[in-house]
Ligand binder design. Structure first.
Ligand code: ADP
Length: 534
């Protein structure tokens, strides 16, 4: 959630999109003893002091402590080091990563600002759960101020292999920052293994057979850069995988809400899935229309030496209309280069080319909302996706059918669930992703229903959702084939596959993920328990 100024001068709370907000939001709302410290989302230079005070009050009334960052800080810390250095590198896009000393300095300074903000709120023995790659120095900064804090850190994106991580000029400082935590969590075992390999490689630390990292000294203070100040205190850092889940019932219920159903029915009508009965009753009329179209198009058809797709489709309006069913493919993403949108669009295009029976019959609803528009790569990506959508629509559109419906607005949860529910197939093909919640949300919206999931093997979710059509997202040919198979799957087979995956998702919810992380943190940081674990 962040506050935004409205046209009438008022200030309104706006829901943030992204995995972190979706996963922790419900836990935060239902646990009134938590306080959330985060970036305010506004540039203080653009507001009068009394507006800032009002916003701070508004945030605090919602148990949030805002950290106000200037435009320069946002550029260096958020757009710069976090999203132009760590994000691409950790997603194996090393060629996109920029290494600029200036942004590293701002990243350090902003982590300090967060340490100050947290310091005003905590007492010895409190628990602080640090989220994600934006705050990798914070655990050690807090540890040096409050040795008795219980500190956990969780990474919502992949953790790269040592070969990739070692390219990061300040990598060792980031690791020392993280080792201020008692518990370091990742989505998958693979990311835990990468992390431990990197710690061994760059810091030469001892890792116990059970995966704990033994610190004979306190890690150095990343702010001062001093190397391993001596300390008699021996600590262990536990590394563990906590695959994040979703609020399954929320998505299941929301997909059945009237607004989501209206959206679902709208999509089904627009894609032709819901008009069959009307068409049957208008058979004579459509037959006449078909003949007129054929007559009109004869000249073109003759001269082009090929049949117009409109004519092929028009034939389908006759008694054989139901031979090829109408289907809907959906996807929901932030417009991010890690999500593999260009590759996915090429696979969809190849599918229309290789399986012409789907032309006029499969409609793709592509919800892709721009984010991080202040980063150049993201602006370039938007242009690439715009161009590819235009190309496919220009090449394959028929008078009565458009292959891709491209929506770039950010939609609230109900219409998003309506889109999921309308999808016979969900195409979820990130090139790299820590978990990917969209795949799980789609399955929750298809509770007790058919619907097929085509899922990238490059995301954490693929380790759990093994009954989906798992593909290499870089392999356009394989994605095209998987998509065709998913479109052809029988409802019974789809239900059977979904049931296995849904059973797991129903149990391993976002709430359980929060509870498990926090209870493990309590366990590993309790001196008595820690000793017993030695
Ligand atoms: P990431 O955290 O990288 O964005 P995830 O798939 O893990 O990817 O989580 C994305 C979350 O944001 C999901 O809860 C999804 O419903 C939501 N989301 C993603 N894209 C959009 C969009 N275009 N409009 C609305 N919600 C979106």
């Amino acid at each position: 959630m962040s506050l935004q100024r409205q046209e009438d001068g008022g200030i309104a709370a706006v829901q943030s999109i992204g995995g972190l907000a979706t996963a922790i939001g419900p836990y935060f709302k239902s646990h009134r003893d938590c306080f959330w410290v985060g970036w305010s989302g506004v540039d203080p230079a653009k507001y009068e002091q009394r507006d800032i005070d009002r916003m701070t009050e508004e945030y605090r009334s919602r148990r949030c402590e805002p950290v106000y960052l200037t435009e320069d800080e946002i550029n260096g810390y958020y757009a710069g080091y976090s999203n132009d250095t760590i994000w691409p590198l950790f997603h194996d896009f090393a060629h996109e990563a920029k290494f600029e000393p200036a942004t590293w300095k701002v990243y350090q300074a902003v982590n300090e600002r967060f340490a100050e903000a947290v310091s005003t709120l905590v007492h010895p023995g409190d628990t602080v759960w640090v989220q994600d790659y934006h705050l990798m120095l914070l655990p050690a900064l807090l540890r040096s101020r409050f040795p008795d804090l219980r500190i956990g850190w969780f990474l919502h994106i992949p953790f790269p292999s040592p070969e990739i991580f070692r390219q990061l000029p300040n990598g060792a400082d980031l690791l020392r920052g993280l080792l201020g935590a008692d518990l370091v969590g990742f989505h998958t075992i693979d990311f835990c293994i990468n992390f431990m390999s990197v710690v061994r490689l760059l810091l030469d630390l001892d890792i116990k057979p059970d995966g704990r990292i033994a610190l004979t000294d306190e890690p150095s203070d990343p702010a001062t850069g001093s190397d391993r100040p001596s300390s008699r205190h021996k600590r262990y850092v536990t590394v563990e995988a906590f695959p994040i889940g979703i609020d399954y019932n929320l998505y299941r219920r929301t997909a059945r809400s009237s607004l989501a159903q209206a959206m679902q029915h709208g999509i089904e009508a627009a894609s032709g899935k819901r008009t069959r009965r009307i068409k049957t009753s208008l058979t004579a009329e459509s037959q006449a229309a078909t003949e007129a179209q054929v007559a009109d198009s004869n000249w073109w058809s003759h001269h082009a030496h090929q049949e117009l797709p409109e004519l092929a489709l028009a034939r389908n309006l006759g008694p054989d209309a139901d031979k090829v069913p109408r289907k809907v493919v959906v996807s929901v993403d932030r417009l991010d280069y890690t999500k593999g949108l260009p590759e996915r669009l090429r696979a969809f295009e190849l599918m229309l080319e290789r399986y012409p029976k789907w032309v006029g019959h499969v409609t793709y609803y592509l919800l892709a909302t721009p984010t991080r528009e202040n980063v150049e790569t993201y602006r370039n990506l938007k242009q690439t996706v715009d161009r590819l959508v235009g190309k496919v629509n220009g090449k394959y559109s028929l008078l009565s059918w458009t292959p891709i419906h491209y929506i770039t607005r950010s939609l609230p949860i109900k219409p998003v669930c309506g889109i999921y529910a309308a999808g016979d197939v969900a195409l979820v093909t990130p090139l790299r992703d820590g978990m990917n919640l969209v795949a799980k949300e789609y399955l929750a919206c298809h509770d007790d229903r058919d619907g097929a999931l085509v899922l990238s093997d490059m995301c954490g979710a693929a380790r759990e959702l093994t009954d989906s059509f798992v593909v290499n997202p870089y392999d356009i040919d394989a994605v095209c084939e998987a998509l065709n198979k998913a479109l052809e799957i029988s409802p019974d087979e789809a239900r059977r596959r979904n049931r296995t995956m849904q059973t797991r998702l129903k149990y391993r919810t976002a709430d359980l993920w929060c509870v498990e992380f926090l209870s493990t943190l309590r366990q590993v940081s309790d001196p008595g328990t820690a000793d017993r674990r030695l």
